[in-house]
Design a protein around this ligand. Sequence first.
Ligand SMILES: [Zn+2]
Length: 325
Amino acid sequence: MGFREVVGQDRAKALLQNALTAHRVAHAYLFAGPAGSGRREMAGAFAQALFCERGGNDACGECLECRKVMHGNHPDLHIISPDGATVKIEQIRTLQRELAYRSVGAGYKVYIIEAAETMTVQASNSLLKFLEEPPSPVVAILLAPSAQAVLPTILSRSQLVSFVPGDREALENALVQEGKSPLLARAAVNLASGLHSSRKLVEENWFADIRNVVIQLGKENPTRFTASLLQAQQQVFKTDLSEHVEILLQLLALWYRDMIYAMTDRQAQMVFPDQAEWISKQAWSRSIQSWVAVMESALTAARRIKAHVAPQLALEQFLVNVREG
Ligand SMILES: [Zn+2]
């Protein structure tokens, strides 16, 4: 954790660190930027720096306060995420009650509202009063895809911190510098958002296996459909990999995107550069539109798993679509 862990976003980082240095921390911040731009990591780093016993403009990572944040059990750090599709007024009321108690220490209380754009109107209005008269010293950090995604009244009471789209190359380089496999790092930064979650993915012992299965499935399909179904059965559903079919499908979509990259002379961006030769030969067997359709079909299957369709069913239907596509 700490600002060191946030890759890129130098302007946002400087704004927050200057506020810490000058002891001019605002009551409320709106972190506006697309998913994967590191908003959540930055919010964690900022909160940790606010709590850190050593003060300064970055967390020390060693003191008791820092360790509580890193272990996810700091009593004065509250994280609100949507309950179902929206952040509801009950959640804001509960938060307000919790913040009304005196702080355990004398320091800050911090709350982070993830997907603040999903706040219901009632929740927004309830939060608004709170932003106007915050029980000092409370710091609110709202995360949203853009400044326009929240009510103007919320925006006007927050300091806007803009995030640029995530820099995958910087993330990848950071992981490789840590000694991670370049091929796994490339795949992870295309699947996860931010350094922390990309690193977590690379460190999962099943991730390299999933990548290998994707290469095999990608190569079998669509010419040997029966073989690929059999392979899916054996390699995925009879092993621990069955818990990770969603990632498998997302990675498979990237395999098909590599086909398009091969056809459009963007080999340098491939997620499977070690397979570039095979991919470049096979890519022309279909049109770009057809690869786009297959890619979308893989992503649809992944979303269906998220919506609780049985993974085996979702994968098999996808394989049928690929053959027919
Ligand atoms: Zn510390």
